[in-house]
Design a protein around this ligand. Structure first.
Ligand SMILES: NC(=O)c1ccc[n+]([C@@H]2O[C@H](COP(=O)([O-])OP(=O)(O)OC[C@H]3O[C@@H](n4cnc5c(N)ncnc54)[C@H](OP(=O)(O)O)[C@@H]3O)[C@@H](O)[C@H]2O)c1
Length: 292
């Protein structure tokens, strides 16, 4: 397919490269030009304005947050202005339910199609084409986008014809991961202060009842205390918990654990954690306990 890709950060760079490798005709745009140049060396075309990345059948955005998506879509010569009638905007960023609704309406009014396709998986999974895609949108639009999803992910889950549903599923998943990071951090602080080696402890957990990838990945990050370079930066994790709480507000679903997690992220950021991986909240219980 002829496809544009906007946002070549930790996740987007690997995703765009996998589209190239799958044989798609890929045009890339990134605010910081140097990241686009890298992709050119790997077979993509680079453009210097957003609208020029929107000349194909579809454009994928993989941007930091709502503000970034709004400026890229609604700005001068942005996605809305550049995309042809019938073409698809596929939004892979983790964004709010409210923005997903707004994008759905704006693209429909412009005769364009909109698919929400947030992903699960960290930058290593993005580079390996091993992401899990959660897609929602009109059936024909999802079917048209399927060859692109197959290039970036190992499996696509189609959850609804209403795009914002995919964003809700993604936010709920990140809330659950953050809750596990917090719980792991507390349990690991407890045993560490009692004299148990954290890696040995993790081996017991992951070899018995807690074999899921999320325990292995985040348990090791906490035990190693290796939070830099960030695979998923703490401010983005904080953003996802805020968006989860906003979704809970709208739907009138109390989420007491999410409120606690919001404060954990605030503590981390207040102490200079902006450049750390979001799993660094898992180190806070050890600090509270005075564990070295
Ligand atoms: N990292 C993960 O493990 C992971 C996993 C699943 C989903 N996600 C989600 O995927 C999205 C991207 O995450 P990431 O880790 O790839 O983030 P990242 O490395 O920080 O990349 C962010 C991208 O957004 C661009 N951007 C930021 N603000 C912008 C603005 N105002 N205008 C135009 N472009 C702007 C950046 O451009 P510059 O290069 O110019 O800064 C960069 O291309 C986020 O929504 C995140 O929550 C991340």
């Amino acid at each position: 397919m002829r496809v544009g890709f906007i946002g070549l950060g930790q996740m987007g760079a690997g995703m765009a490269l996998n589209l190239v490798k799958a044989g798609h005709d890929v045009t890339v745009y990134n605010r910081t030009r140097a990241k686009a140049d890298k992709l050119v060396a790997q077979g993509a075309k680079a453009v210097t304005n957003i609208a020029d990345a929107c000349q194909g059948e579809a454009v994928i955005t993989m941007l930091a947050d709502d503000g970034a998506v709004e400026s890229v879509v609604y700005g001068d010569r942005g996605v809305l202005a550049g995309l042809g009638r019938g073409a698809i905007h596929i939004s892979a960023s983790t964004i709010s339910i409210a923005l997903s609704e707004r994008l759905t309406a704006s693209h429909a009014a412009a005769g364009q199609r909109f698919v929400a396709a947030p992903v699960f998986g960290r930058p290593t999974a993005a580079a390996a084409g091993d992401l899990f895609v959660v897609g929602a949108g009109a059936h024909e639009a999802i079917q048209s986008a399927m060859p692109l999803f197959e290039a970036i992910g190992q499996r696509t889950f189609v959850v609804s014809a209403v795009p914002k549903t995919a964003n809700l599923v993604k936010l709920s998943g990140n809330f659950l991961i953050a809750a596990i990071i917090e719980a792991l951090g507390e349990a690991m602080a407890l045993v560490a202060k009692g004299g148990v080696d954290q890696h040995d402890y993790l081996d017991i957990l992951t070899s018995t009842l807690f074999g899921a990838p999320v325990f292995k990945t985040y348990g090791n990050l906490i035990a190693d205390g290796k939070f830099e370079p960030a695979g998923f930066a703490a401010p983005l994790g904080h953003k996802d918990i805020r968006l989860t709480l906003a979704a809970g507000e709208d739907l009138r679903v109390p989420l007491p654990l999410a409120s606690l997690l919001r404060d954990r992220f605030l503590t981390l950021l207040a102490h200079g954690g902006d450049k750390l991986d979001w799993s660094a909240i898992g180190r806070l219980p050890a600090k509270d306990a005075g564990v070295a």
